[in-house]
Write a protein that binds this ligand. Structure first.
Ligand code: UT7
Length: 334
């Protein structure tokens, strides 16, 4: 275990937002050749939330951040830095973090976007926690989420049943009492890009009539292959993180795992021998919100966390990207 005098980045508040409109499995049965039974047994998803057309990801961030700041009596002018983890920013540029700063009135903050598909929020936690540990930044927002409905093909049953829209956020502050981020292992393997990507819209294939006709602006996924890599890598990296810190499942209070598929979450939990009641799950209500899954879990279950609880955050996503982080929760239910 590390010394307690070190400055660490601790989560001091969490927020979240999902849009009101719901897309249920029953709705999807009318749109593509699928069934509620297939979706439920293969993924664990029952419904997902969909952001209205004409509204961008930054709006979900604002809805997540402002109530969190208000509840914790924090003036937006106190925020030093905003990291927005997303693959569906409002525009290609400027960064959605800049839009968010403007909309919430964080006039003293700077920030940028971080794109690492489903692992974005975890990567973002690593980057932002290093800024806090440096001692220079005292109030840092890590925001994660996506308007996946803006890049989903609702005629493709392989992908449209999985994803949903939503956003969560955390406030990181320095902590010298031993709470906060303790350790992490982050990995990537770009050779996995062929199995999960969006073909057009970037510099390789800028938007054109052809790319639109070929439906290349949507998520493309070879689910079975991604599933195999996800099951192995998320479980492996989680086990490795525990092992190198001399921990077992007995030391873990909560597994906060990316919500892509209930079977992948279960495999990770089983690997570290974690009982079901320590595994946080909300995939049935939100589906896979990409960058939103980890902060939305912490938002949903915040009231169950106690000061000193050991949380293990784990993820796997496009890239491929994956990783795991151990943090000690810094406050009792408010
Ligand atoms: O978050 C980023 C990382 N992404 C992931 O972690 C996702 C990983 N992958 C998965 O979660 C799963 O692979 C899926 C949920 C995407 C698919 O589940 P699967 O058990 O791997 O199904 P499959 O792709 O192997 O398809 C099995 C069968 C196929 O039919 P045949 O060939 O056996 O006749 C599919 O055509 O199920 C069929 N199928 C469907 N049937 C009903 C595929 N999608 C559907 C559907 N409804 N929506």
């Amino acid at each position: 275990m590390n010394s307690t005098k070190k400055t660490r980045a601790a989560i001091k508040a969490v927020g979240g937002y999902v849009p009101p409109e719901i897309l249920s499995n029953a709705d999807l049965e009318k749109m593509v050749d699928t069934t509620d039974e297939w979706i439920t047994t293969r993924t664990g998803i029952k419904e997902r939330h969909i952001l209205a057309p004409g509204v961008g990801t930054s709006e979900m961030a604002v809805q997540a951040i402002l109530p969190m700041l208000e509840k914790n009596n924090i003036d937006p002018l106190e925020i030093d830095f905003v990291l927005c983890c997303t693959i569906t920013g409002d525009m290609i540029f400027p960064a959605t973090a800049n839009v968010i700063c403007d909309k919430i009135g964080a006039k003293n903050a700077w920030g940028f976007d971080l794109a690492a598909a489903c692992s974005g929020f975890l990567y973002g936690m690593e980057v932002a926690s290093k800024l806090v540990e440096s001692g220079k930044y005292k109030k840092v927002l890590v925001v994660g989420g996506d308007k996946m409905s803006s890049i989903i093909d609702y005629t493709d049953r392989n992908t449209c049943i999985i994803f949903g829209d939503g956003m969560g956020c955390v406030l990181l502050e320095p902590d010298e009492e031993g709470y906060g981020v303790q350790d992490s292992i982050l990995r990537s393997d770009g050779s996995g890009r062929e199995f999960l990507h969006q073909k057009a819209g970037g510099s390789l294939r800028p938007p054109s009539h052809e790319s639109i006709d070929a439906r290349e602006h949507y998520v493309y996924q070879e689910g079975k292959t991604v599933f195999k890599f996800a099951v192995t890598n998320m479980a492996d990296v989680t086990a490795e993180l525990l092992e190198r810190n001399g921990m077992t499942g007995d030391n873990v209070n909560w597994l906060v795992a990316h919500q892509a598929n209930l079977r992948i979450i279960d495999a990770t939990a089983q690997r570290i021998k974690l009982p079901e009641d320590k595994v946080l799950v909300n995939i049935s209500r939100y589906g896979n919100t990409t960058n939103g899954t980890l902060p939305l879990l912490m938002w949903d279950f915040e009231k169950q966390f106690k000061k000193g609880d050991n949380l293990i955050l784990s993820t796997f996503g496009g890239g491929f990207t994956w990783g795991s982080m151990w943090l000690r929760w810094a406050y009792d239910p408010k």
